[in-house]
Design a protein around this ligand. Sequence first.
Ligand SMILES: [Zn+2]
Ligand SMILES: [Zn+2]
Length: 91
Amino acid sequence: MGQRGQIYFCEICRQKVEVTVDAFGVLVCCGQEMKLVEGMMETWTSVHPKPVGGTTYICNKCGQQISVVEETSGILECCGQRMERKDTSTG
Ligand SMILES: [Zn+2]
Ligand SMILES: [Zn+2]
């Protein structure tokens, strides 16, 4: 479903993620589908520069990968299960 470079956000907790590896899985946060940010990218990226070393999450089922732009306590899910946090510090 996701497409590389697309930004999704959660209407409940305002968590924002960028798709880095696209797959068919549907991104879910706080128990509901995340919304695709359309046409807002130029606006918000200029205000919120992309953070360096944002947390990456991976779906073990469909292989979708996302990079967290704005992290909250919301639980990220894909394909009906929690996405796995990829710890970049350990390589
Ligand atoms: Zn959320
Ligand atoms: Zn998935």
